[in-house]
Design a protein around this ligand. Structure first.
Ligand code: AOF
Ligand code: ZN
Length: 373
């Protein structure tokens, strides 16, 4: 018989299994937008009998992946899920019903779902069905995995991470403009893991002109996923011959501009398979908020900004950036080098832009600083 009482449970045990569910969820990073990453683990007699994660929007939810893997063994098991189970008929039937049907004894969940179709409803149905429910196990860790999904739900804008490789004096290029390479190999490998986990990369026209980057994901063992590449070029001055436009990728490549997408210059990009987004102007430049809205509309929740200083500066000034990943190399280039953050309009320390939750870790000979804005 199912217990109607709140479960008697051991916090350390619950966190142990939830951590494994979080590892499952993380496998979906960069692959599930506009949906969240979700992981699930089924435990019976102290052992994991099945696990699963959400692989792609529109496919089975993590809970159902784990339940299907367990089959009839799920009866009497505990379900650990990193997001509260849904209760709606969307592209798949409600997980709450599948959980009841399978005869799961207890459900442990981490994040609350901001989706109005879901919020609280699945958990309530489970409680009414006699399943013991424990919420908010490792909630902070789970919330951190789905920041892009949560922000998109709350604001209609994607989560924006600024990534830059800088010298110890905060420069992204030497006085000559040269920027290859600021950071070491370990940092550059890290960037490919970041690209694998985001939905889109955003760069300015100057970065394409100066660095001619590929902006694809190259992981040592292969298996990476390319993000959608979005180049901001207000007046469509770039040559379509740049690597980012000619290098094939399974992902889309986009140029965001003020120019007419039917015009001669735009047509050269279109002919190469590059999409042209005509975006509203702000002070004679592409309005970056409009670009981000379009990115969200395309179902992309997480954008990685890879330069240059102009783009970083505008995003910071307009409060459009959410997180910072700064790879700092142990070298100096001095005055004349290009500072990464661009013009912020700050006049005195009292008005300096402050970041939150600063953390650091060593990556090869470099230091990775991460913070929220
Ligand atoms: C997922 N995967 O593992 C869980 C989700 O697009 P639908 O119809 O599949 O519904 C998506 C919503 O379902 C999503 O926004 C979230 O609120 C909830 N849970 N979604 O894609 C999952 N558990
Ligand atoms: Zn579901």
């Amino acid at each position: 018989p199912r217990s109607k009482r709140a479960a008697d449970f051991d916090h350390a045990v619950a966190e142990f299994f939830m951590r494994i569910a979080l590892e499952e969820a993380a496998k979906g990073l960069g692959r599930t937008s506009p949906n969240p990453v979700v992981g699930a683990v089924l435990v019976k007699g102290g052992r994991i009998i099945a696990r699963g994660h959400h692989k792609k929007a529109g496919t089975a939810h993590a809970e159902v992946v784990a339940l299907e893997a367990a089959g009839s063994k799920a009866r009497g098991a505990d379900l650990y899920t990193t997001l509260e189970p849904c209760d709606h008929y969307g592209r798949t039937p409600p997980c709450s019903l599948a959980v009841l049907e399978a005869g799961v004894r207890r459900v442990f969940s981490a994040s609350s779902d901001p989706n109005p179709l879901v919020s609280g409803k699945g958990l309530n149905r489970l409680k009414r069905g006699g399943v013991a429910v424990v919420t908010h196990v490792l909630k902070d860790e789970a919330d951190a995995l789905n920041r892009p999904f949560f922000k998109m739900m709350r604001t209609g804008l994607p989560w924006v991470t600024l990534k830059a490789a800088v010298t110890l004096d905060g420069k992204i290029a030497a006085p000559s403009g040269d920027s290859k390479w600021v950071t070491g190999e370990a940092s550059r490998a890290w960037v490919h893991r970041l690209r694998d986990q985001v939905d889109a990369i955003l760069v300015g026209a100057n970065t394409v002109r100066m660095d001619d980057p590929q902006l694809t994901t190259r992981l040592p063992g292969g298996g990476g996923k390319d993000p959608v590449r979005v180049v901001v070029d207000s007046h469509l001055k770039l040559s379509p011959g740049h690597t980012v436009f000619t290098q094939r990728s399974p992902a889309r490549t986009v140029i965001a501009t003020l120019e007419d997408p039917e015009g001669r210059r735009a047509r050269r990009f279109l002919a190469q398979g590059v999409e042209v987004w005509n975006v509203r102007a702000k002070q004679d430049r592409v309005d970056l908020k409009a670009v981000l809205k379009r990115v969200k509309k395309e179902g992309l929740n997480h954008v990685l900004v890879e330069g240059g200083a102009g783009l970083y500066g505008t995003l910071l000034r307009e409060h459009l950036a959410d997180a910072l990943a700064l790879f700092v190399a142990p070298k100096l280039v001095g005055a004349g080098g290009l500072s990464w953050a661009g013009e912020l309009g700050v006049k005195d320390m009292a008005h300096a832009l402050a970041v939150k939750d600063l953390t650091m870790e060593k990556v090869g000979d470099d230091v990775l600083l991460r913070a929220l804005l």
